[in-house]
Write a protein that binds this ligand. Structure first.
Ligand SMILES: Nc1ncnc2c1ncn2[C@@H]1O[C@H](COP(=O)(O)OP(=O)(O)OP(=O)(O)O)[C@@H](O)[C@H]1O
Length: 446
């Protein structure tokens, strides 16, 4: 199989191109910028680089020069817009194998690619790196995202992971708090030690201390065996307490004491056990207001919150949506033993317009269900739940600016649906942002 590195920052287009090439038997890795593409080139061997000319962190020619300077004998094909053909010709002089102008038809792409690969074969280039599968596999577990919100999140994860600080992760349900916690653990020096995740909301307060600190056989009715608590189980590793705001006041006191003294005593035991854990906690409620109301201990709050990370809602990471959709589709295909290739354009538009109250978990569930129901190569909107389809149709039906009242109501509804994001609202209403601003002013909408 031939391996292609595709470098293109238009997310929708690049996804479609990737799927198209994969359907034609190529293995494709995708990068949205030169930086990540260079990293991939260091780790893996490719038979072809297929890159856009304009990229967020530089242009395709600079990237081409970089590849040639590193003496990597990989053919490079550039994608250009019609207006950039003269630049593409310049690129050919710098050693690009070929260029192709957008919009291009599928046969053209296949032809250019197969020509480039033929040429490469005659140059006898190094074999494919055998570690590739592992690399790809490990990348699959955590999708970093490319939106501004995801970039900030990932920067914070990288910053705090190596430092032994307690981290409080804040975010709505299903945003990926546990996945972030696991990621911090894996990037820390404790990565080869245990990661123990505990849902505090699911522990009845009567047995919480036995759950956290363990017990000795016979120490209370029902204690038929010795039990190791979560603190001890996580020793030298990371303890992740989800929904920490649900701990009873009494359990908060016990937790604080264990953290301060760095030792725990199992119920019914006389011996204390020294514990060395890194604590990561998560909450989807406003812990500070719980502190103000007296429901959560302030000293514990500060102990947990040495560093806080906010995980963004999915609707605030619109640029990541297709990336995640694709990831969950891959996962669903594997779990269900299916081979669905992608999403119809309609489905992608519905995804972009929906407000995703259940965040990534909801997206994952919807895609799994749709994959199960899909009998063709592509997921169409008939296998999506009503709440997704209905929103779009509601807008399409009423999206006529006929009367002033109708217009004002439409704008208010659209703004509410996308939490006041003007760019999104303008897209939903199919008007420019400038028009939207003018109309907001005209109708005095707050
Ligand atoms: N960065 C990511 N890459 C890949 N999958 C992710 C990512 N973040 C979250 N997920 C997936 O989304 C789903 C929800 O994630 P997770 O359970 O971590 O959310 P949560 O915020 O902890 O949820 P809750 O508030 O209900 O505890 C899971 O299936 C998880 O695997």
């Amino acid at each position: 199989m031939k391996y292609i590195l595709l470098v293109e920052d238009d997310v929708t287009f690049s996804k479609m191109l990737k799927q198209f090439l994969e359907r034609h038997g190529y293995a494709v890795d995708l990068s949205y910028d030169i930086h990540k593409a260079s990293e991939l080139l260091k780790k893996q061997t490719y038979d072809l680089v297929f890159t856009d000319l304009r990229l967020p962190d530089g242009n395709g020619i600079t990237f081409l020069k970089q590849i040639k300077n590193n003496k990597q004998p990989i053919p490079v094909v550039l994608m250009t817009s019609y207006a950039e053909v003269s630049t593409a010709v310049q690129a050919m002089k710098q050693g690009a194998f070929d260029y192709i102008s957008k919009p291009f038809n599928p046969d053209e792409v296949l032809e250019v690619i197969s020509n480039a690969l033929e040429e490469k074969k005659s140059h006898q280039i190094a074999p494919v790196n055998s570690s590739r599968k592992d690399n790809i596999k490990s990348n699959l577990e955590f999708v970093e995202g490319i939106s501004a919100a995801s970039k900030t999140l990932n920067e914070y994860i990288h910053l705090v992971a190596p430092i032994n600080m307690s981290v409080l992760i804040i975010g709505e349900s299903g945003t990926g708090k546990e996945v972030v916690a696991k990621n911090i653990h894996l990037k820390s020096s404790r990565s080869d030690k245990p990661f123990i995740a505990v849902d505090c909301g699911a522990i009845p307060k009567e047995i919480a201390s036995s759950e956290f600190f363990g017990h000795k056989k016979g120490s209370f009715t029902g204690a038929t065996n010795d039990k190791i608590g979560h603190f001890e189980a996580a020793n030298f590793g990371t303890l992740f307490l989800d929904e920490v705001g649900n701990l009873s006041y009494e359990n908060q006191v016990q937790l604080l004491r264990a953290l301060q003294e760095r030792k725990v005593k199992p119920i019914g035991s006389n011996e204390e056990v020294l514990v060395d854990i890194r604590l990561i906690t998560a909450t989807n409620e406003d812990l500070l207001s719980a502190v103000e109301k007296g429901d959560f201990r302030e000293d514990l709050y500060h102990r947990l919150n040495e560093f806080s990370i906010k995980v963004p809602n999915l609707k605030d990471r619109n640029d990541d949506l297709i990336l995640y959709a694709d990831f969950f589709l891959d996962k669903a295909n594997k779990q269900l033993n299916k081979s669905v290739v992608g999403f119809s354009k309609d489905v992608l538009t519905l995804f972009q317009n929906y407000h995703w109250p259940g965040n990534l978990r909801e997206l994952s569930n919807i895609i799994k269900r749709a994959t199960l129901l899909t009998q063709t190569e592509i997921i169409h909107k008939n296998v999506l739940p009503d709440e997704l389809v209905y929103i779009k149709e509601k807008h399409m039906l009423s999206n006529k600016f006929s009367t002033k009242e109708n217009e004002k109501e439409l704008i208010i509804n659209a703004l509410q649906e996308v939490s006041n994001n003007k760019t999104q609202a303008a897209k939903l209403l199919d008007i420019t942002r400038k028009t939207l601003y003018n109309k907001i002013k005209e109708y005095n909408i707050n």
